[in-house]
Design a protein around this ligand. Sequence first.
Ligand SMILES: [Zn+2]
Length: 225
Amino acid sequence: MIIVFVGAPGSGKGTHARRTAERCGFSHVSTGDLLRDAVDKDTPLGRKAHEFMAAGKLVPDEIMMDLIGGLLDGSDGGEGIIFDGFPRTLAQAEGMDELLEGRGLKVDKALLVDISEDEAVERLALRVSCPKCGAVHNLASNPPKVEGVCDECGGKLEVRPDDREETVRARFKEFRRLTEPVIDYYRSQGTLASVSTSGPVEEVAANVAAALDACGGSPNESSAG
Ligand SMILES: [Zn+2]
């Protein structure tokens, strides 16, 4: 079972991908983790990837494909893998299908965790973090005890540059440009499901589970409760 999570900045895609993996006993693969792991283990691919990362460049698709191929070879796709943040482009989606096909696998489900641009701007502006210790607070759901001050270390909480409105709008534009073709691709394959992120996180999590028929199995299986 191979599931791909797609979502714009602020959608909470990563959170729901991780929770789904835990709930279903699947492995959770984020591009960031995959790259960090290869770099930490100092594999030949990791060394190549590191050159690009150190230069502040995106790691090219060929390297990503080789990393994912290696991951697939080291695992039984039947156990369940959730991809979080990959594929990001149509070229990656097509390349991934080729890799999977060669191994008798396919993307069983693509889940779009959907959020509007304005809602993402609003949501990310509520997220503040401590530059000193990295603690993260949400001003709505998990506010610090003292306004603007980190509970952990007393540092000054701030909105990360990545989460400021103009940056979020630019990230959204980039997401639409690169990733909307990926969404269309899975839609045309009939594997796309979509969940709106409006509403409390538990409600969204329940909708995610329903959209995936619990863990991607048949609709009548283990979805009770
Ligand atoms: Zn702190």
